[in-house]
Design a protein around this ligand. Structure first.
Ligand code: FAD
Length: 305
């Protein structure tokens, strides 16, 4: 089994999600080569062939040109799988590649079991096993689903690649989102509210608990999507990545996209009515209780210490 891993580069930096692709290949037990439109001054810590196109010449976002560069690398490598991160770069480029190759495209892979990709379904309530019917396939990997055990290391064997494909768009640059809301990445204690809080009024229970512990409150995506909390409070792949000393997950099931944003917390406490909730797999302590009863009682105890 051979994989071609499409690494990412932004604003002069190699993105860390590139190493999640390496972890995926390792988990699969597959050989790999890497593709990057980047710079030879910022090479990935990676042992293997790196097909490198010069970002100075081709730009960081240039889909038609990156597609052609990648197709050339694919023609040389003949990988069984072309693997992207499930990022804005991957979302854009992966379908172009699968269409050009006329091969299966499987999005948002969270696991691989006996060589078969697993993807979330029904808001991550179900897992769907998807087998490609073509021998070659294109995959995107959900952020945080695959991680290296050790620090990445190695020196790639660089193969420079070029193309004369014409750009179809002009990349004008990045625009920073307006700063605002709360920066959870600096909080030492975070108490997060999940859908299990039931109704928006119950957010104040979580807020009071966070305050009693001297921390900030966060939220899972459904709580933010329901407009019960501001987006700046969201933890997860499409929210903030946090690593506080203490993370308390209240009424949060532990979907992969939430875990990706908080699993590096030093100590994790989960409060959930379901003893089998997946959050239990990463929690240091799982308290099986109704948060509406447990959290206010605990808050009172802490206040009275
Ligand atoms: C592309 C993409 C990106 C995403 N990005 C994010 C992201 O950044 N962050 C994120 O959080 N999600 C994200 N999601 C959504 C994610 O897949 C899950 O749907 C979401 O995390 C579930 O939120 P939850 O745990 O609050 O809700 P649920 O999964 O509905 O879990 C609710 C939990 O509350 C428990 N519960 C119910 N009542 C009580 C009670 N009274 N007391 C205690 N426990 C109770 C239940 O047992 C359950 O475990 C993303 C999804 C996609 C597809």
């Amino acid at each position: 089994m051979k994989t071609l891993l499409v690494a990412e580069y932004r604003d002069g930096e190699l993105l860390n999600n590139s190493y999640e692709l390496v972890a995926f290949a390792e988990q699969l037990g597959a050989d790999s080569a890497m593709f990057l439109v980047g710079s030879d001054s910022v090479l990935p810590a990676y042992n293997g062939t790196l097909y490198l196109a010069d970002v100075g010449k081709y730009g960081e976002f240039n889909p038609a040109v990156h597609k052609q560069l990648l197709l050339d690398a694919i023609a040389k490598e003949q990988p069984d799988m072309v693997v992207f991160s499930h990022s804005s770069y991957g979302w854009d480029l992966a379908p172009r590649i699968s269409l050009a190759l006329k091969v299966a495209h499987i999005s948002e892979v969270i696991d691989i079991v006996d060589g078969v990709p697993v993807v979330p379904a029904c808001n991550a309530k179900l897992r769907r096993d998807v087998k490609a019917k073509t021998t070659q396939m294109v995959l995107t990997l959900q952020g945080g689903a695959f991680g290296l055990e050790d620090e990445p290391s190695g020196n790639p064997t660089v193969v420079s690649i070029d193309t004369d494909a014409a750009a179809q768009v002009e990349f004008c640059g990045y625009e920073e989102a307006e700063a605002g809301g709360v920066d959870l990445s600096k909080a030492e204690v975070i108490v997060s509210a999940g859908r299990g809080i039931g109704k928006p009024e119950n957010l104040k229970i979580i807020e009071a608990f966070a305050k009693a512990l001297g921390g900030e409150y966060g939220a899972s995506r459904p709580v933010v999507d329901s407009e019960w909390a501001d987006h700046s409070r969201q933890v997860g792949t499409t929210g903030q990545t946090v690593s506080p000393k203490l993370y308390v997950a209240c009424g949060i099931s532990g979907a992969i996209q939430h875990l990706a944003g908080m699993k590096k917390s030093e100590f994790i406490v989960a409060i959930n009515t379901d003893k089998d909730a997946p959050i239990g797999e990463v929690a240091d302590v799982l308290i099986v209780a109704d948060l509406k009863e447990f959290v206010p009682a605990m808050t009172e105890k802490i206040k009275n210490l």
